[in-house]
Design a protein around this ligand. Structure first.
Ligand code: AQP
Length: 332
């Protein structure tokens, strides 16, 4: 079975619709016919300032959300990144193969660093994509299901794997990004030219999976649209309406063309009202399921212990092969 790997950062109290539609939904679908590894990257979460207690709570909550969204620990491996020390150890090796200029070209680093005062952007934020490459390469992943914003990082991962293999002999699998065209970039409701983002969007721009349905309905009602009346998919000229159609289509299963037909002659208010209901149908039962997992910490710990054991088996073998190829003396 082909291998997949992906992760989602514990950088907020809730995942948002972009995370779900761009990534996690595919993870759930892929666990059936892939050997799937999914993790919560807490090492990545400390590349920006954080509060330790909040991080621990968000990591647990992140795992609970993944389980509530449909990851099944009997069909995939779910783990927390810091439980597998091989990630940081492979990152060091890959960092020694990455050009400074190459790392400097990562647009997510530039965006995130620009938001910090100059001396606050950390070396960790700069090397984040190299750690991400290590995350992927440790598991010999064939596919990496992510949103469009992660394409450049998967490209870097491919370059590093190819570079390692050509210098030291074939060792690492060169992964393919797995990005679904329709939902690869869910936009911010308040600024439909930007992606919906945990750290970047204003609260009104994000539909959180754990928000009360009334809160989400209000955000959807206030979503920025345009001065026309026609409900038509046209991301260039009607970014707001197109984004609402994309979300509607992904959750309702109606195609965009069908929706354009359904809403012919209707107003933006009708679309927003229906979308709020569809989102509520999806999110309302979710909070309860998440709470169920959080109320049983011993079971969550068991899932994570099992996940870490399986992850370490695979990661340990890859790291040993890498160390051997680069000439590290095996431990005696
Ligand atoms: N708006 C989006 N549309 C589609 N996919 C998205 N993803 C994120 N935003 C969208 C995908 O969700 C997965 C997990 O993302 P992440 O938490 O690891 O980090 P991110 O990509 O940086 O997402 P955020 O929300 O913008 O988080 P912060 O603000 O913490 O950086 C990834 O596969 C991502 O592509």
């Amino acid at each position: 079975r082909p291998r997949v790997l992906s992760g989602i950062q514990p950088t907020a109290d809730s995942f948002h619709l972009g995370n779900y539609l761009g990534a996690v939904r595919q993870w759930v679908a892929l666990q059936d016919d892939h050997d799937a590894f999914y993790f919560v990257p807490d090492l990545h979460a400390i590349t920006v300032e954080h509060d330790p207690k909040t991080l621990a709570a968000r990591t647990r909550n992140g795992v609970a959300q993944l389980l509530a969204l449909g990851l099944d620990p009997d069909r995939c491996t779910v783990f927390v990144q810091s439980h597998v020390p091989e990630h940081a150890r492979l990152e060091w090796v890959l960092g020694c193969l990455t050009g400074f200029g190459e790392a400097s070209r990562m647009t997510q680093f530039k965006d995130k660093a620009a938001k910090q005062t100059a001396d606050r952007a950390t070396v960790g934020l700069f090397t984040y994509p190299i750690l991400q490459a290590a995350d992927i390469l440790l598991y010999n992943a064939d596919r990496v299901p992510v949103g469009e914003d992660q394409r450049q990082h998967v490209e870097l991962t491919r370059d590093l794997a190819q570079r390692f293999n050509s210098r030291f002999g074939r060792t690492l699998v060169v992964p393919e990004p797995y990005i679904l065209a329709g939902t690869a970039k869910i936009q911010d409701l308040q600024d439909p030219s930007a992606k919906m983002s945990k750290s970047n969007s204003s609260p009104g721009g994000i539909v959180n999976l754990l928000d009360d349905p009334k809160v989400s309905a209000k955000k959807i009602r206030s979503a920025v649209t345009d001065a026309e009346r026609e409900i038509r998919y046209d991301p260039e000229n009607k970014a707001g309406i197109s984004n609402l159609l994309t979300i509607h289509s992904a959750l309702s299963g109606r195609t965009i063309a069908e929706l354009e037909g359904d809403y012919a002659g209707k107003g933006y208010g009708d679309l927003k009202k229906d979308l709020a209901e569809i989102v509520a149908d999806f999110t309302a039962p979710l909070a309860e399921r998440v709470q169920g997992y959080l109320d049983d910490p011993a079971e969550l710990d068991r899932v994570l212990a099992r996940g870490a054991t399986r992850a370490r088996e695979v990661a340990g073998a890859t790291l040993a092969a890498v160390h051997d190829k680069i000439g590290f003396l095996p431990p005696t």
